[in-house]
Each structure stands twice: as C-alpha cells, then as structure tokens.
Design a protein around this ligand. Sequence first.
Ligand code: ADP
Ligand code: ADP
Length: 220
Amino acid sequence: MNLIFLGPPGAGKGTQAKALEERFGYRQISTGDILRANVREGSPLGVEAKDYMDRGALVPDELIIRMMEPVLDEPGDVILDGFPRTVAQAEALDDLLRRKNKPAIAVLFDVDKAALTDRLTGRWTHSASGRTYHVRHNPPQTAGVDDVTGEPLIQRPDDQEETIRTRLAVYEDQTSPLIAYYAHPANHRLARVDALAPIDAVTAQLTKLVTGGFGKDGAA
Ligand code: ADP
Ligand code: ADP
C-alpha cells in the first residue's frame, strides 16, 4: 500500500518516512528534497522553484505535477512526503495513481501548532540525503555532523521564524483542505497518527498501521 503523508511543516513526516523506508523498504519521495536538489544543481526547474521556496510559498502546481509523473513510474511502494499540497495536486495524483494502478492511503500527522516552530527552528538537515535531526529532540552523535556520512549539517534557509510563519499560513490555506478531501466518505482513505508523541512512539503507531493491513480501524 502506498502512503501519502499529510501534515504541516515540522510534523515529522520526513523523519518517519526515513524510519519506514529502513524498516519496510518503502521508497520515500520528498518533493522538498527533489526541489532542493534541483536548486543546488541549477536545473531549469530549480531556477524556477527557488524564489517560491525562499519565500515559503508553494511552487506552482503544474511544475510539481510534471515533476512527479516520472517519479511515480518506478516500481515499489512509495511514501509521498510533501505531496500533494493543494486540492489540484491531490486530484492530479488520484488520476496518476488510477492510471498506474497504485492504491494509496493518506496518513494525517496530528500535531499541535505550538510544537511546530520549535521543531523547525531546531531542525538540522543533511542536504544530500534529506536526513534531519533536532538540537534537543533528536541530536546527532556529534553536534553539526551527519551520523551516517560524517558530513556537515545545515539549517535550511526557510527554517527561520519569519518564513516558518508564512509556511504555516500556506499550510492552513492551501493544504489543510486535503484533510476533508481524503476523509470524504466516497474516498475513505484517511488514517491518523498522534504526531505530538516522541519519535519512536510515532514510528510504533505507523508500524501498527502498516502491518495491520489498513483495515477499518486504521483507515477510519
Ligand atoms: P516534516 O518533514 O514534517 O517537515 P521533520 O521530519 O523534518 O518534519 O521534523 C521536523 C523537526 O522535528 C526535525 O528537527 C525532527 O528531528 C523533529 N521531530 C520529528 N518528529 C518529532 C517528534 N515526534 N518529536 C519531537 N521532534 C520531532
Ligand atoms: P517541510 O518538510 O518543512 O514541510 P518541504 O521540504 O516539504 O518542507 O518543502 C519545502 C518547500 O518546497 C515548500 O515550502 C515549497 O516551497 C516547496 N514544495 C515542496 N513540496 C511542494 C509541493 N508539493 N507543492 C508546492 N511546493 C512544494
């Protein structure tokens, strides 16, 4: 079963996607990571996307949808992390999944808004892999250094308070309507996890969901 991770910036989607990738062999598809790689390489997509990302705005739907189509062609179950972010993207995704015959369920990361700014201002990122740490909640073994590669960690330029405020407002306006979209009785494809819990406890909830076969309880 393919998973669509839904939740505000800082909810823990990337952290959990990496944990499930390791545990169950899912392939994490983070649109943010793909876009940041394009910005680093200076590709035409990166050049177009950079200004939106710097401001904390969403990159236009048509660019994102075009970017995602070939990515979804590859085999294996995926975790979509950061996509879709608008109803237009969700409708395009439904179409793609139907055409490629891939079933999916959305998982909402339920989290208190008050926790998010602390999570994002304390986030340290390994650019090449997208691995993240937190200065207090999940520190690396050596401060400022990625555990796996030993390479330096960075603070993302959009993880500063002013841009965080914009990103959270953009989430409320443009992405949170997807909760109703996926919870609609005709779709009935929404599960929830308590994302305020510690990292391991959230992984345990997701493990239960993934290994429980997504029965009625999980997808209520
Ligand atoms: P998202 O991908 O949803 O934006 P991340 O997975 O990057 O969120 O997590 C944001 C920050 O919060 C990171 O610094 C991460 O280490 C930390 N974090 C993730 N999950 C938790 C949690 N359950 N409790 C405390 N901190 C967390
Ligand atoms: P976070 O993990 O903090 O939620 P992401 O890494 O997912 O942030 O996204 C960073 C930025 O990349 C967003 O603020 C936005 O500019 C852009 N972006 C990522 N995914 C999408 C998407 N599906 N649609 C539009 N813009 C996106």
